[in-house]
Design a protein around this ligand. Structure first.
Ligand code: ZLM
Ligand code: CA
Ligand code: ZN
Length: 376
């Protein structure tokens, strides 16, 4: 095909609510909304926010949330508080709000804020008001229609895609979080209007879905792609699988918009993840879609070594605004988190990459074979 040409300077709508960092799941819980505030403060200190349209997301309303989620589940989320939770244990279990996804103070406000950014971002992309919309408080890809799962209560990815489908015939969802994007895949498993593609650790790992043989169903057959991976994925191997697959998807599926879930738990040294990507390797995925000049939504997701999450999402935001960043972390309110090196970029570790070349080549071939069934 023709080589893609990037536009001169992208218009970037960046959604941030200064309250997001105050939400707190539970003592010792790995999911920390504070990392979104850390990323924001890095962007302010680097001067990147001056090149962005910084917008405070409107809170998603009940009717926004029930475009995907069940009314009784949303009603429950709206009413539940840590105080009333004790006498509601049956409902908490029915709706998955325990252990991984606990009831916490302000849970519904957090959900409204996270989903509000993704919905407003999709609406701005639809109206042509920006080329890139960013919501680091989103990307909560495990939430189901009637159930919280894996730290996720509201599936803002699904809501954003539904909004984009109002203006685009086809939307691509690509997920580079170390976990499988099961909630988004399930929501669009039987339609050809959304292609979902997840790269993830597979085998004895949450949520357990995402086998390479799961390709979609009915009219959605061949419109789901899953790349199961083992520990130690590095930049070189990720580039070698991502580029051929996503290039073929862009060429043959021709999405009108792309939603990229940028879970940062695929970075080297993540507290829950087991991949070995550098920030450059992770950001290469953002660069890929920018080069194609397609309307792009960037969402957060996982990421549990908070200093690295902030580094990564700051670097990816700067990249969309075409602003190169100095490797020296500028002084900011969370400066001490970035020691002892105080550098933006990570050094991947020397961990073993358990993904052999023949294995990766076999999965690439299988996925390209599935894509061959697309009209082209
Ligand atoms: N137990 N505290 C990724 C979602 C991953 C399921 C094993 C609950 C944890 C984890 C919670 C403080 C995304 C599972 C875990 C403990 C059944 C998972 C609370 C530590 C803690 O210390 C912890 C008391 C907690 C949870 C670790 N949970 C690690 N991995 C996964 C869910 C979400 O990144 O993809 C997108 C945001 N859950 O493995 C258990 C099987 C519940
Ligand atoms: Ca994934
Ligand atoms: Zn994850």
């Amino acid at each position: 095909g023709l080589s893609p040409v990037a536009p001169a300077r992208s218009k970037v709508s960046y959604f941030y609510d200064h309250d997001v960092g105050n939400f707190y799941y539970a003592l010792g819980h790995p999911m920390k909304p504070h990392r979104v505030r850390m990323a924001h403060e890095l962007l302010v200190a680097y001067g990147v926010t001056e090149r962005l349209q910084v917008l405070r997301p409107p809170r998603a309303t009940e009717s926004d949330l029930t475009r995907f989620h069940a009314d009784d589940y949303i009603e429950f989320l709206k009413r539940i508080t840590p105080e009333t939770a004790r006498e509601q244990s049956e409902l908490l279990h029915r709706f998955g709000v325990y252990e991984d996804s606990p009831c916490f103070d302000g849970i519904y406000n957090f959900c409204q804020m996270s989903a509000g950014g993704s919905l407003a971002g999709a609406a701005r992309l639809n109206r042509g008001l920006c080329d890139v919309a960013i919501n680091w408080a989103g990307g909560l890809h495990h939430a189901k229609k009637t159930e919280a799962s894996g730290f996720c209560y509201i599936n803002d990815c699904v809501l954003a895609i539904l909004e984009l489908l109002k203006h685009h015939a086809r939307v691509l969802y690509c997920d580079i979080d170390v976990h499988h994007g099961d909630g988004v895949e399930e929501a669009f498993y039987t339609t050809d209007r959304v292609m979902t593609c997840s790269f993830h650790k597979f085998g004895n790992f949450f949520p357990g879905t995402g086998d390479v043989r799961d390709i979609g169903y009915g009219p959605g057959r061949h419109y789901a792609l899953n790349f199961p991976l083992q520990d130690g994925v590095d930049d070189a191997c990720f580039r070698e699988i991502f580029t051929p697959i996503m290039s073929r998807v862009m060429e043959w599926y021709r999405p009108g918009a792309v939603v990229l879930q940028c879970g940062a738990d695929s970075l080297s040294g993540d507290r829950l993840g087991c991949f070995n990507l550098s920030i450059r390797g992770h950001a290469e995925c953002v660069r890929f879609f920018r080069r194609h000049g397609v309307p792009l939504m960037l969402l957060g997701g996982g990421g549990y070594t908070v200093r690295n999450v902030a580094r990564c999402w700051a670097a990816e935001t700067a990249l969309t605004a075409d602003m190169p960043l100095d490797d020296a972390i500028p002084y900011n309110p969370y400066y001490e988190y970035y020691g002892p090196d105080f550098q933006l970029h990570l050094r991947p570790s020397n961990m073993e990459n358990l993904n052999t070349r023949p294995y990766l080549a076999r999965i690439v071939t299988e996925l390209l074979d599935s894509l061959y069934h697309l009209p082209h």
